[in-house]
Write a protein that binds this ligand. Structure first.
Ligand code: FES
Ligand SMILES: [Fe+2]
Length: 401
């Protein structure tokens, strides 16, 4: 898991104006809330007074949790603004100057695609990776489903690698593959990867064999006058692919025909090493009528469920670092491309040292993901989450484990 990227925190419509919401991301707790202007804010969740959870439960019944745009700690009522500064400490009197050290980390936020995203890291704005631009979003001729959130019990890198894997469709998804029956002719087609035009990752496209699309009246097809395909445009070859953007964002491109396309975006929230929340944005340029949304949601949930069954049992939990611990094939080229990008992020010093973190977190130490404010001011109460300096150091740590 890496600091210094944009992570989805919560769906926009789940962040109200009266209550803070707590989310664990990268193994660390965060609190999200809306300030007096309705802007979403994301802070480190650990109160610098004596460690209460800012987004945690409140025993005072109806007493407000957000006052003057500040989140109120449920333990002794300290009030923290969206900038992370402690504005009020009731025990010394409201309006009395508070010590600057009482601040908590505050992260840059963008609300887009129906999701509140936070940039979890200290990289200054000039050198920060931008949030992926979904080019079709809001464009005429395209429509978006509501965000589907999938809670899955495995490590996010395993999830991303699955989405990049063209060889699993044949065996995992009856709707995409022939369930392994074309033994005489089946072979995954060759493909090449290339760097993404927005930077920070790569993409690839390739052709694959697929059974005929569902037709009007089929159980899995949405109703309506324009079904998934018709006899004329249908083909058994689908052009599809995808790629990654940063460690945790994965676009998938599915061209059912030349003019019927899905663009699917997985914005992944690594909760910890064993859990991931996937914020799934599905865009399409056909069957635009919103009455089809539900059927598309249902179909996406079924397909995701087929992956979840397999991925829940992968061993080990993390993707192995050493190439000798797996046997990769040409069809796994996209997975290798993803791992090459991760190595670049390792060498930037952004990978969290999970072994050290797991050993000490919540026992003798409370950690925060460093926010950009740490580059411009000192005297922070919480320790920064431990990180690995580069890939060589990471290999050493894993070999020793
Ligand atoms: S622990 Fe938060 S106010 Fe005391
Ligand atoms: Fe899949």
């Amino acid at each position: 898991m890496y600091i210094n990227f944009w992570y989805p925190i919560i769906k926009s419509d789940e962040l109200g104006h009266d209550m803070p919401e707590k989310a664990m991301v990268l193994g660390v707790n965060l609190v999200a809330f809306r300030d007096e202007n309705g802007e979403a804010r994301v802070l480190s969740d650990t109160c610098t007074h004596r460690g209460a959870s800012l987004g945690g439960p409140w025993s005072m019944g109806s007493a407000p949790r957000i006052v003057d745009g500040c989140v109120v700690c449920p333990y002794h009522g300290w009030e923290f603004g969206g900038d992370g500064e402690c504005k009020n400490i009731p025990s010394i009197g409201y309006g009395t100057k508070t010590p600057p050290r009482a601040k908590v980390d505050s992260y840059p936020v963008q609300e887009k695609y129906g999701i509140v995203f936070a940039f979890l890291g200290d990289e200054p704005e000039e050198s920060r990776s931008p949030l992926l631009e979904v080019e079709e979003y809001g464009q005429e001729g395209w429509t978006a489903n509501d965000i589907l959130v999938l809670d899955v019990p495995y490590y996010y890198e395993r999830s991303i690698e699955n989405g990049l894997d063209p060889a699993h469709n044949e065996f995992v998804h009856p709707t995409h593959g022939h369930q392994g029956v074309n033994r005489d002719t089946y072979k995954t087609s060759e493909y090449e990867t290339e760097d993404h035009n927005q930077g920070w990752g790569f993409w690839f496209m390739h052709e694959f064999d697929s059974p005929p699309l569902p037709q009007k009246g089929d159980e899995t097809a949405p109703d309506g006058d324009t079904p998934w395909g018709d006899a004329k445009t249908q083909r058994s070859k689908i052009f599809a692919g995808g790629g990654t953007y940063g460690p945790n964002i994965m676009p998938t491109y599915i061209n059912l025909t030349e003019d019927k396309m899905f663009r699917q975006y997985f914005f992944e929230q690594p909760v910890d090493e064993h859990r991931t929340k996937i914020f799934f944005l599905n865009m399409r340029n056909f069957i635009l009528d919103p009455k089809n949304n539900q059927a598309i949601h249902a179909r996406n949930a079924v397909i995701a469920g087929q992956d979840i069954v397999i991925l829940t049992d992968l061993n080990p939990t993390r993707t192995p670092l050493s190439p000798t611990k797996e046997v990769l094939m040409p069809a796994d080229k996209a997975i290798v491309a993803y791992r090459d990008w991760l190595e670049k992020f390792d060498d930037m010093g952004w990978r969290i040292d999970m072994d050290e973190f797991n050993r000490t977190n919540g026992v003798g130490a409370a950690y925060a993901i460093p926010c950009p404010g740490r580059r411009t001011s000192g005297n922070w109460v919480l320790d920064e989450i431990p990180r690995v300096k580069n890939r060589t150091e990471r290999k050493k740590i894993e070999d020793a484990a």
